[in-house]
Ligand binder design. Sequence first.
Ligand SMILES: Cc1cc2c(cc1C)N(C[C@H](O)[C@H](O)[C@H](O)COP(=O)(O)O)c1[nH]c(=O)[nH]c(=O)c1N2
Length: 210
Amino acid sequence: MVSFDDTFRRQLHELFVWRRDVRRFRTDPLPDGSIERLIEIACLSPSVGLSQPWRFVIVDDAARRRAVIDDFKTCNADALRSYSGERAAKYAALKLSGLEEAPGHLAVFAEKSDQIGSGLGRATMPETSEYSVVAAICSMWLAARAEGIGLGWVSILNPPRIHEILEIPDAWKFIGYLCIGYPQTECDRPELEQAKWESRRGPGEFTIRR
Ligand SMILES: Cc1cc2c(cc1C)N(C[C@H](O)[C@H](O)[C@H](O)COP(=O)(O)O)c1[nH]c(=O)[nH]c(=O)c1N2
């Protein structure tokens, strides 16, 4: 039996506190095999019916990366137009992806077919496939931070365009695009909080039904 002591628990708590969504990357490359190792860890995550619906696409081609960056710019410009006044000025000042600088690009999809896991747990909640993939990304996010590697999730993208750029089968659903590399800085507060876009809420707001 494996057990975890207080020192480990304290360090694990620090890991949760210091995990960040990273948008400001150093451009130096990651050691060979880093992304593959993070994918292996992600595959230890829980999944509905043990369906393991995560599909990972390492994007190493300059033209495809450029096309993703262009799509981000288009979507981000559209998003900016949905704000006005002070909020728009604030949005325009945010850095919302590290796509240009990050040495690693990883697109993540959910395979929606029923083959693995035989549909267990999905009959009334088919979206649990996507939830399972998000769980895998969260494992990877923490595992990366434990190695001093930063991960940034980019969702300001047009899924059909991502499918086209990466030539992805129709049965896969786009979940997220991850930038991976060494962070320029480390912080225990979300960047959006530092930028006064949104503040963190503590656990004081949950509801109890008796
Ligand atoms: C599903 C999903 C999608 C996105 C994000 C997260 C998640 C979970 N986040 C990161 C998000 O802004 C960040 O997690 C919060 O601001 C909290 O910061 P920390 O992750 O604690 O640093 C994010 N950040 C960003 O700059 N551009 C983006 O497109 C997205 N998209």
